[in-house]
Design a protein around this ligand. Structure first.
Ligand code: GRF
Length: 202
């Protein structure tokens, strides 16, 4: 059974979709969420973990002398759960060098745009402002850059003329949650290999 630590910063609906899939499918899903970490207290993502009986931890950047110390604390807390995969599901911090050294090729992120278009924290707003007619979501491995790692899967979502950021983001998230659950399950059950920028799931 593949062990997943999920990192969250907000509402945690992607995490919930994963917890629900595991709840419905049981061991046949191939993965379990062994812990949920966050960079802030009081978020729904943590409450979802607690309701599911999943242990949680929180490290706030401001509680450390510098970003490197925060990065080391995140790394140590995640390492304590010996995960096979780390899932960044709406986690709004860049993971640092210590974290990447410990979990290279094992950190999966979901992004609400079709990378390499519109990376960063405002992918939905940036796509809307640019005026694209199609956007979507990308599930990818994390590397040192911002949303630059090898792409695992993508799905397109139409932009409608009257969309605002909230409406478009919700349309994307409906697709994103299904894609994430599907991709994480396939990675867990079938394994994968990364060659350069290409990800192969047998
Ligand atoms: C998702 O759209 C994710 O791609 C983005 O933030 C959103 C998180 O949603 N980075 P949730 O916390 O899983 O509901």
């Amino acid at each position: 059974m593949v062990r997943i630590v999920s990192l969250v910063s907000g509402s945690g609906t992607n995490l919930q979709a994963l917890l629900d899939a595991i709840g419905h499918r049981g061991p046949s899903y191939g993965a379990e969420v062994v812990a949920v970490g966050a960079d802030r207290h009081g978020i729904e993502g943590l409450a979802r973990a607690e309701r599911a009986g999943v242990p949680t931890f929180v490290h706030r950047v401001r509680d450390f002398v510098d970003r490197a110390a925060w990065d080391r604390a995140m790394t140590a807390s995640v390492e304590a759960y010996a995960p096979d995969l780390v899932l960044s599901a709406g986690f709004m911090k860049i993971l640092g060098p210590a974290f990447m050294a410990a979990f290279r090729d094992r950190v999966v992120n979901t992004h609400p745009a079709l990378l390499p278009s519109f990376p960063g924290a405002h992918g939905v707003r940036d796509a809307l402002r640019y005026g694209v007619k199609v956007t979507g979501c990308t599930v990818h491995f994390v590397d040192e850059g911002v949303d630059t790692g090898p792409i695992i899967a993508q799905q397109a979502v139409p932009v409608e003329p009257d969309d605002d950021e909230a409406v478009l983001h919700e349309r994307i998230k409906t697709v994103e949650r299904r894609l994430l659950v599907d991709v994480v399950g396939r990675l867990a059950r079938d394994g994968y290999r990364i060659e350069g920028r290409k990800v192969y799931i047998p």
